[in-house]
Design a protein around this ligand. Sequence first.
Ligand code: MG
Ligand code: MG
Length: 266
Amino acid sequence: MIHYKTKEEIDHIRESSLLVARTHGELARHIRPGISTLELDHIAETFIRDHAAEPAFKGYHGFPYTLCISPNEVVVHGFPGGKILKEGDIVSIDCGVLKNGFYGDSAYTYAVGQISQEKKHLLETTYRCLMTGIETMRAGNTLGDVSWSIQKVAEDAGYSVVRELVGHGVGKRLHEPPELPNHGRKGRGEKIKEGLVVAIEPMINMGKRFVVQEKDGWTIRTADRQPSGHYEHTVAVIQGKAEPLSSFAFIEEALQMNPNNTIIIR
Ligand code: MG
Ligand code: MG
């Protein structure tokens, strides 16, 4: 059953989502060729705990880290580790926090230094999938309308939509009903109503849609090893429209100051 949130509950989820956004801002200062993904994980964990919150993913069904860090052909749920980011990589960083009993969840795919035009176009399109999903998430529409709108942007650009992983309700649980696939049919699914809080998170592949899971039991990568993009906002339906509770503003601000010419995807 979907739990529609009160204003007070949305305020708590907003606070958690803003802390996720500020954690991303901190990470964006450090994104550069030569940094290891484990260093980024430590930066995020320290930042979150310094702000009286807990990393939401650490320990979630046994996930061992604060961040999911998913470079290039890794779609989601990658483990931070010794991998050194290099010029031309793209890397999805997914972060969640728990504060005052409520979760926030947001992901951004960063460019590491200069990236190819092909990767840039994939990321801009994935970003546009997210923004289109947010636009379509309005009272009177259905969840199927949102899913369809995301799929259309991706497929019109010649990309494919990962089917196995979906957006989700957010609240006192990190993942709660409803599920929000990134593909679907117009008019299907629940009607969108006031107080709905969901994480919209398109995962878009440059090649075919198929994914495989690595032997670690978590890491999801594309079967054809082509790159994948991922952007995610936690949003709430307020006065009939989806309002992002998380934000990329801190990322954009930090990337403007980042000396590695790392581009801002928008
Ligand atoms: Mg996430
Ligand atoms: Mg999520």
